[in-house]
Design a protein around this ligand. Structure first.
Ligand code: MG
Length: 204
């Protein structure tokens, strides 16, 4: 399986990192080894001193497809969840400055944290109006709503499937809202989608 991550999909977040709001989706990949095994803590990597959280809506692909038109994109996923796209921000800044790829900063072991639980798409009223929040040690640090996504889920599926065959089990991290920030050892993160806790991780 592969993990496709969308960047800068919320205007206020693009601006907080000093980026322009994109005219077409920006994406990168994480390998399967980036998935943190369920219920494991994330050990703060030794190669960074600025590990940051990015809470994101995650779409789980349920059907094989290529060159999927937007109008059919909804047939390719049944479940929506939450994930945390962990980023070594100091390394990412250096990669950007050098014009290098981001993988060192974004695709390392444990950098993709997902929950055990997903919500069935059919049980959600409107995919373009889902609220989600990240709590750090019990305090809300990030709060987003899918209505603020620049490119909606079906747009993203159409776009990325031009380049990659989507396979069952692939995950799309759909971008993070404003409010990204650092974590420290012993922090506890919990993500809620429509008030249901779907993801949690401790930093060790
Ligand atoms: Mg992200």
């Amino acid at each position: 399986m592969k993990i496709i991550c969308i960047g800068r999909n919320y205007a206020e977040h693009a601006i907080e990192l000093g980026n322009k709001v994109p005219k077409e989706p920006l994406f990168f990949l994480k390998p399967e080894t980036a998935l943190l095994p369920r219920r494991n803590p994330l050990f703060y990597p030794s190669f960074t001193s600025d590990l940051q959280y990015e809470l994101e809506i995650v779409v789980k692909i349920s059907r094989l497809g290529k060159n999927i038109q937007k109008k059919f994109a909804h047939k390719y996923y049944d479940e929506i969840g939450l994930g945390i796209d962990f980023t070594a921000r100091d390394i990412q800044k250096q990669c950007k400055k050098d014009g290098h790829p981001w993988e060192k900063a974004k695709a390392f072991d444990g950098s993709a944290v997902i929950g055990n639980q997903y919500l069935a798409k059919d049980q959600l009223d409107n995919l373009n109006n889902l609220s989600f929040q990240l709590f750090k040690n019990g305090t809300v640090v990030q709060s987003g709503n899918t209505k603020d996504m620049i490119f909606k889920i079906d747009d993203l599926i159409e776009y990325v499937s031009q380049y990659f065959t989507l396979k069952i089990g692939d995950l799309i991290f759909t971008g993070t809202p404003v409010g990204v920030g650092p974590v420290q050892i012993d922090d506890k993160l919990e993500g809620f989608l429509e008030n249901q806790k779907l993801v949690a991780v401790n930093i060790k």
